[in-house]
Design a binder for this molecule. Sequence first.
Ligand SMILES: Cc1cc2nc3c(=O)[nH]c(=O)nc-3n(C[C@H](O)[C@H](O)[C@H](O)COP(=O)(O)OP(=O)(O)OC[C@H]3O[C@@H](n4cnc5c(N)ncnc54)[C@H](O)[C@@H]3O)c2cc1C
Length: 460
Amino acid sequence: MALPDSLLRSLGEVVGASGVLTEPADVIPFGFDGTAALRQRPGGVVFPRTTDQVVKCVRAALDHGVPTVTRGSGTGLSGGSVAGTDSLVLCLAQMDAIAEVDARNLTIRAQPGVITQKIDEAASRHGLFYPPDPGSMRVSTIGGNVAENSGGLRGLKYGVTRDYVMGLEVVLADGRIARLGNKCVKDVAGYSLKDLFVGSEGTLGIITEVLLKLLPRPAARRTMLATYGRIEDAAETVSAIIAARIIPCTLEFLDRVTIRCVEEYAHVGLPTDCEAVLLMETDGHPAAVADEATRMEAIARERGAREVRAARDEAEAMTLAAARRSAFSALARQRPTTILEDVTVPRSELASMVAFVARTAAAHGLQIGTFGHMGDGNLHPTFLTDERDASEMARVHLALDAIVGRTLELGGTITGEHGVGLAKKAWLRKQLGDDSYELLRQIKQTLDPRGLLNPGKIFD
Ligand SMILES: Cc1cc2nc3c(=O)[nH]c(=O)nc-3n(C[C@H](O)[C@H](O)[C@H](O)COP(=O)(O)OP(=O)(O)OC[C@H]3O[C@@H](n4cnc5c(N)ncnc54)[C@H](O)[C@@H]3O)c2cc1C
């Protein structure tokens, strides 16, 4: 279904004709994100550059009863920015200005299309630090990160995107502008509405500006790689480190399948003859870093690590982190279809969950590589499969169901950081229960009564 000509004309008047795409070849790249087997073709794509233009585009779409799907870089892993022919994609990638780094208040103010890594780079020029570092940080936008409440490799110590959002400017479904939060460290005036928009996946409003908290840059950091002959030992190391009251900034896990793929792809010298590795990083005051690194190494060895290797210098530390960040891309080269799961369990249940994933893969004759933010209890069992093979896909769905079901039995969540989108909505009611699920629906109904903001995501 094509978008009405009168809408396209109105949009052209707002952003200029070159800022509106409708040709199939032009819009196809905006019909999918990083989620396998979820592809559609949007009716059109518009590229606003200012909040005022966003307001005008939203009002024009509203006047025509056309749904809008907000999009950053399209790296999402739950189908959140997938849009159909009846929808207009509002791509905010060109709203990419950093308005201010306020070193006195430790804040940064930016448009939503700024690439995540650029936020930290801008902060670092002032000796400051923006910790959330999703694996996609070189491509994802800060607006997408806020909309998904993204986590990252440093989440264990520093938390997730929500922990850094001090203020938001949001264009509401009817085109009004809400300005929520401010530079005050404390503020309890009214409901914390900004928190409602963090993780709202484009279903409640369009984030047009973010105000983020910054921290002083840590003075020192130490990166280590522990190698294991048994996956369970790696999981137990994580639990033991936490139990020893150490909070490293990073505890990342890669299983054998993932290690081999990453090594083949990135050639960083990962040991390919082991069952698992843990990438461990501690940062902060040099004395504290030295002490924590020594204790973490000892714990890893006690729990059965075959080897614990410390990065010689900053360059090697960056290489190891980059290797971990490449896990998804490395796995995706193996088979035509890559389905990345995002289950999270209480950390005490990690060993049991990792073993369950391995058993499930064997039981269904599937190839699953598992990696993830183990310190957060967040695992990414990744199915290497082929969507053209119906019988294999049927087994994938059975295995997925089993893994998500087991996650809920263990007190976990169906998504730790990638969001519900299209991919996880079938399980949301089961996790929340009827009353909480209906409360979420009421909020959506109140803020978007006509259901025109990213329809079909989170809820049916
Ligand atoms: C290789 C790889 C590694 C990844 N690693 C991580 C990781 O470590 N941690 C993690 O949490 N995620 C990770 N992701 C997932 C993804 O990068 C994040 O969800 C990211 O925040 C999406 O940003 P984006 O700009 O690409 O958003 P998009 O994919 O374009 O959009 C994502 C969702 O946000 C909404 N949205 C986007 N911008 C706005 C806005 N301005 N206002 C309102 N709604 C908006 C969209 O409608 C959609 O629902 C990874 C993805 C890849 C491909």
